[in-house]
Design a protein around this ligand. Sequence first.
Ligand code: FRU
Length: 470
Amino acid sequence: MDKKEYINRLDEQKKLQKMMNTDKYLLNFHLIPPSGWLNDPNGLCEFKGINHIYYQYTPFDATWGMKLWGHYTTADWITYKEYEPFIFSDIPEDQDGVYSGSAFIKDDKIYFYYTGNVKHIDKDYDYIVAGREQNTILITSNDGFTYKDKKVLFKNIDYPSDMSCHVRDPQIFEKNNFYYMVLGARDLKDVGCVLIYQSKDLITWNYHMRIVPEKKFGYMWECPNLIEIDNKMFLICCPQGVEQEGINYANIYQCGYFPIDLDLENKKYSLGKFKELDRGFDIYAPQTFLDENNRRIIIGWMGLPDTEYTNPTVKNGWQHALTMPRELIVKNNQLYQIPLVEFKNLRGKINKELNCNKENVELDFNFSNCKNLEILLRNEIKLIYKDNIFTLDLKECGYGRDKRSVYLTSLKELQIFLDNSSIEIFINSGEEVFTSRCYSKDLKTDLKILGEYELKDFSWYELKKIEINK
Ligand code: FRU
């Protein structure tokens, strides 16, 4: 869909938006598509005080379709501006979708790298080893809103010869005077891995090395982010095809990270154990960026492809959302996620009593001793802590989402954010997180709590809506 087609079809958006406006499950403090479908966050960056949030966007269809890059901006994470899509599909190399990619800022310019998707339909292809092109494309912009040309950097023929057609989702970082590009990949033996390219000028790139696990961990790794925090490196990625192990890896596709020791100069690495970033039902394709205060911010797609569970919003013309933005920090060699401090600006007055009947709320529990616990929210959402296992149990309001669990050495803190159709639970200051959509009949929180616990502190706040202007 090029810009002309998009503009010609804007009436379709009006129709969808009319349906959306009747939906009680619209979200109040999460970004959703202006209409239609949203998936991965893309091109996240802060440029001259403005945070740019692009995302995979199908404006006129609430189910999977042709992808563009939608665009929001915010300076304060509370007031947002919606713009028309930033990247359209208008060259042969991205004719079937402007797929995921990222931003890198250098010398007052933003370099955007993305995957141009091409799907051939002249024959019956398997679309794994044939029939698909995934081109790595560069655009540069002086403002985040405009660009001149698209430059095709790589076509499939340029990737190592043992790769399948699935090589995508470029991310860039700088280290020791070189730039590196990381690409998610599936090789011809169905082993998920990442490829690393090297550059001196952000334009000419040479293949440098790849990162492959010692033992196969899924057939494809999507949306890699190789990041460094406090001198420690982590490879965040989304492996597909990992078998469930007890309560771990329960989702169809994974979203997590490997701690990694990486010696780029000598092309050596060692991968630590993969850890899930989030234990909920709706989390995928997260992207991180350093803001101008040097915070490492992470935003994910609050959704997941190919699931058995569904979203009743589809009939109202939209589907999916982005997670709350969070700050990533390192504690005990692990990544912790904390809601951005700016979210405190959404809080109404502080309440200390345990009865809470508002709809969109933040609940903060601080336990001095918690043996077991059962919290019921909105009469349907259950959080259970028993024998060191914490469980989110959604029953009917999950639309096919049942239970997800995690092991905890102890439960000390719970911070819960309830939006009209989502729940985000931050456990022990972000040590574990559960992100999920949920569709309760009654949206009043109606907090009930049972168990053997001592509360050191408890507060709750009603949360205001974020503001989105056109
Ligand atoms: C992840 C993903 C990416 C791809 C994009 C297409 O959700 O499959 O690998 O670039 O979505 O929308």
